[in-house]
Design a protein around this ligand. Structure first.
Ligand code: SF4
Length: 615
């Protein structure tokens, strides 16, 4: 078995921690992590619940491969109804926290209710206690982690926590573990803050036992690691350049959203690229990048550890930011950089550090700043309203706004609403580059057509990690498709969406899918888990998870009209690059996608589809 078969139910209102057996029938149908936790959520909450009310629940979950010797098997997910999106949310994080939960003997922790005062959960193997966190409230994620480790006199404790953003219910607050890994999207940190839950601290010493067929598991994981090592992306590109390897590639193909998606190419992309991270700075002769880093059990090691130029205006009076720390990754570098027209690498690293420190999703934060900068440039927002000059390209404005948002000061409070609520408040909802209230990541769907459909139909709002057709449309994985046409994209998007459900639910990192297909994951799951985990079963489970999430969203009040893109992407053609003159062809792809999914024209799963999937 790849599961510990144990769930901890934490009732924050009553202050109780109660173990219960994992529902193994559901594990057989939904695998683990994203799929299984979503099944619990769907069964236990009213889909119409206010995400920030005590009636919402928040689930932290591992998958059957989490904590094992499978490469990248350190992932955990946070499943809830998203504060940013009002849709089902599942945010996934690496680092070491997920493996520690498994080592302590738990598959899943379900948080319900709301604590009358700030608390943190302390979990040491079977011992589970809610402890007073009044001394932690107001502290950053970094201070919280350090304080808990010191207090328990145990540096090996793994901590997930919220910072000021989660406490103040910034709508894109995230949950940070291991200092710079995060369950980043959809506002899961705001939900945690609404429950007065400051942190979860885990120490597990049990290891992982009970792999069904250990010799077969050893053979399968070893073979799969070789596939990663032999692949140019996972064996060379990601370890050396990190995810930022994409910056120049995506810019050249005219799909790098720039200045709130006004443009599709950024003239300063080279200055914030992976290559620039390796170059020596004129100021101190040192490269920005210090080393790469890996999450638990990962043989790819795409993580970046960097050091800011100590003389940069953002940190010259703040020595606490002079040490090496996490970042930049591609998405953060894009959202804080190209999305705002800022080409100052040091400023981006500083803004990223503050996002990690205070627990904010840098994608949504950066994209929301981009929307505010456009409103400033077009006169919708004045200097007096924002409190500073905020034109596109201003690194100074970016750095000030990240502080203001993190601390909930002045206009920072409004940025904390996210771009959809902010732009609606000022009468221009069309300027929010988002789907279901969640801001786009770093691919412009005029230059990569399939991503428009993937964004529009993503169950958790705009997201690249729910159907990464970039792999096929840009990198040719597993087969090359033309990024500029809509042909075949409905089938492609569905295939990526369903397969991703399995990667997420297994407890491994979706970046393995640059090299692995489901056929590489299948032998690992079959050897680890009891029961049938054939390819047919995996394909069925992936599709079942997608449709279950869809059903939740429909019951929450979302509909086909929420499967849409901002008008800019459908009516303002790309101005430069290979996609020049093109808009996204969502309106052509969407009806076909619904058909491929077995949904009716209103995007509702047909009865026969639900029956086939056992829903
Ligand atoms: S590939 Fe990168 S994000 Fe994924 S587990 Fe490895 S280091 Fe972490």
């Amino acid at each position: 078995m790849g599961w510990n078969r144990k769930v901890l139910r934490v009732n924050l209102s009553a202050g109780t921690c109660t173990p219960e057996p994992l529902n193994m029938a559901w594990a057989n149908d939904y695998l683990g992590s994203r799929g299984l936790a979503s099944k619990y959520l769907v069964e236990e909450i009213d889909p119409k619940v206010d995400p920030l009310s005590p009636d919402n629940k928040m689930i932290m979950a591992t998958g059957p491969l989490t904590g094992t010797m499978a490469s990248t098997g350190g992932r955990y997910t946070v499943v809830t109804k998203g504060a940013l999106t009002n849709a089902i949310a599942c945010s996934n994080s690496g680092g070491f926290f997920g493996a520690e939960m498994k080592f302590a003997g738990w598959d899943m922790i379900i948080f319900e209710g709301k604590s009358p005062q700030p608390v943190y959960l302390y979990l040491e193997n079977d011992k589970a206690e809610l402890r007073d966190a009044s001394h932690l409230w107001g502290k950053t994620c970094w201070e919280t982690e350090e304080t808990i480790k010191r207090q328990h006199q145990d540096p090996l404790i793994r901590v997930s926590s919220i910072g000021g953003a989660g406490e103040n219910q910034v709508m894109f607050a995230c949950i940070v573990n291991d200092l710079h890994r995060a369950a980043g999207r959809s506002g899961v940190g705001a939900v945690m803050g609404s429950k007065n839950l400051k942190a979860v601290a885990i120490r597990g010493t049990k290891g992982v036992s009970g792999i069904k067929d250990f010799p077969a598991f050893l053979a399968a994981t070893t073979a799969a690691k070789k596939v990663l090592a032999d692949n140019a992306v996972t064996g060379q590109g990601l370890p050396k350049y990190g995810t930022q390897v994409l910056m120049n590639v995506i810019n050249e193909m005219g799909a790098l959203p720039t200045r709130n998606h006004r443009d599709v190419q950024f003239e300063e992309a080279g200055k914030i690229s992976a290559e620039a991270m390796h170059e020596k700075r004129p100021s101190d002769g040192k490269a920005h990048l210090v080393t790469n880093a890996a999450c638990f059990g990962c043989t790819i090691a795409c993580g970046r550890i960097s050091k800011i130029d100590e003389t940069h205006f953002s940190v010259k009076n703040s020595p606490k930011y002079w040490g090496a720390s996490g970042g930049l990754e591609y998405e953060a570098a894009w959202a804080l950089g190209a999305a705002n027209g800022v080409g100052d690498l040091e400023a981006l690293q500083y803004a990223n550090l503050l996002c990690n420190e205070h627990g904010m999703d840098p994608i949504s934060f950066g994209a929301t700043v981009g929307a505010a900068m456009e409103m400033y440039e077009t006169g919708i927002l004045s200097k007096e309203q924002i409190g500073l000059d905020a034109p596109f390209g201003s690194a100074e404005a970016l750095c000030q706004l990240v502080e203001m948002t993190a601390h909930g000061e002045g206009f920072g409070k409004e940025l904390g609403l996210g771009s959809a609520r902010l732009c609606a408040k000022y009468g221009h909802p069309e300027l929010s580059m988002s789907v279901k209230g969640q801001e786009f990541p770093a691919y412009d769907s005029r230059g990569i057509q399939g991503m428009g459909l993937a964004y529009a139909t993503s169950n958790r709002g705009a997201c690249h990690l729910r159907g990464y057709t970039v792999a096929s449309e840009v990198l040719g994985i597993p087969v090359k498709t033309d990024p500029l046409t809509t042909d075949g994209k409905p089938e492609l998007v569905k295939a990526f969406q369903d397969a991703t459900g399995i990667f997420d639910s297994a407890g491994i990192c979706v970046f393995t899918s640059f090299a692995w297909t489901l056929a590489d994951v299948q032998p690992q799951l079959q050897a680890a888990c009891e029961g049938d985990w054939s390819m047919d079963k995996l394909n069925l489970v992936g599709e079942r998870i997608w449709n279950m999430e869809r059903q939740f969203n429909l019951a929450a009040g979302l509909s086909a009209k929420d499967d849409d893109l901002p008008p800019r992407l459908k009516s303002e053609p790309a101005k430069t690059g290979p996609a020049k003159g093109l808009v996204n062809g969502l309106d052509k792809m969407k009806p076909e996608y619904y058909k491929v999914r077995g949904w009716d024209s209103a995007g509702v799963p047909e009865k026969a589809t639900l029956q086939r999937l056992g829903l």
